[in-house]
Design a protein around this ligand. Structure first.
Ligand SMILES: C[S@@+](CC[C@H](N)C(=O)[O-])C[C@H]1O[C@@H](n2cnc3c(N)ncnc32)[C@H](O)[C@@H]1O
Length: 208
């Protein structure tokens, strides 16, 4: 559970990435918006500096790194310090749970998904946004991982591995959206359904 250290030490640098890559950020937001149920009570796990939660009407986040949590609080997110693998909530609390580029930093993603299942209401949704290991950006991150302090400790997953874990945690009825099909362009991409072309994939699963 100790991958938060680099985020603790370099929260502002992490947060600035979004300003330096506005088109990528907005494209990711657009893809996530397709999968987020509107007007429902949600929690972002590993909410970081709150860039996504604040724009997606997710008002509550779990975050272990204090310096990240402070940035998210400044964006109006209620933060509970904690870990994905042991969520401090009663069963059946939320309509949806969101994970954005967080799963690759978890030592035990299956435990985190089982926890997500536990705290979701019946038919609640899990929404995962992630860089596909097999995509252009996924391959580039893995090639340069030693020189990237944030991704050095990341274990990127492919779509099959991600859905395999979600299935084991009893999520079903998967829907997919993708973006960053061309990550170098300087306009916001319109997200597409499916996966296999975009570097950023959103998968939504339903609690069964
Ligand atoms: C790449 S950042 C993503 C932050 C935010 N979701 C975003 O997309 O901007 C990963 C976040 O996961 C947090 N994290 C690391 N290990 C965690 C764990 N075991 N449980 C919950 N969050 C964790 C880190 O502190 C960090 O804020």
């Amino acid at each position: 559970m100790n991958n938060e250290n680099v985020f603790e030490e370099s929260a502002e640098e992490y947060d600035r990435w979004y300003e330096d890559h506005l088109f990528l950020y907005r494209a990711e937001l657009a893809a996530l918006k397709n999968a987020i149920p509107s007007g429902r009570a949600g929690l972002e796990v590993g909410v970081g500096s709150g860039r996504f939660a604040a724009m997606l009407n997710v008002y509550c986040g779990i975050e272990p790194a204090e310096s990240m949590a402070r940035l998210a609080q400044a964006r109006g997110i209620e933060i509970i310090r904690g870990y994905a693998e042991k969520l401090p909530f009663s069963p059946g609390t939320f309509d949806f749970l969101l994970f954005v580029t967080t799963v690759c930093f978890l030592a035990e993603p299956l435990i985190a998904f089982r926890e997500a299942h536990r705290v979701l209401k019946e038919k609640g949704k899990i929404i995962i946004g992630f860089i596909d290991q097999n995509s252009e950006m996924g391959k580039s991150y893995q090639k340069k991982r030693e020189s990237n302090k944030f991704y050095k400790n990341a274990h990127l997953l492919g779509v099959d591995e991600m859905t395999g874990l979600l299935d084991r945690a009893r999520f079903r009825d998967f829907k997919f959206f993708q973006t960053l099909i061309n990550p170098s362009i300087t306009r916001i991409e319109i997200p597409q359904k499916g996966y296999g072309k975009g570097s950023f994939v959103v998968v939504q699963g339903v609690k069964k």
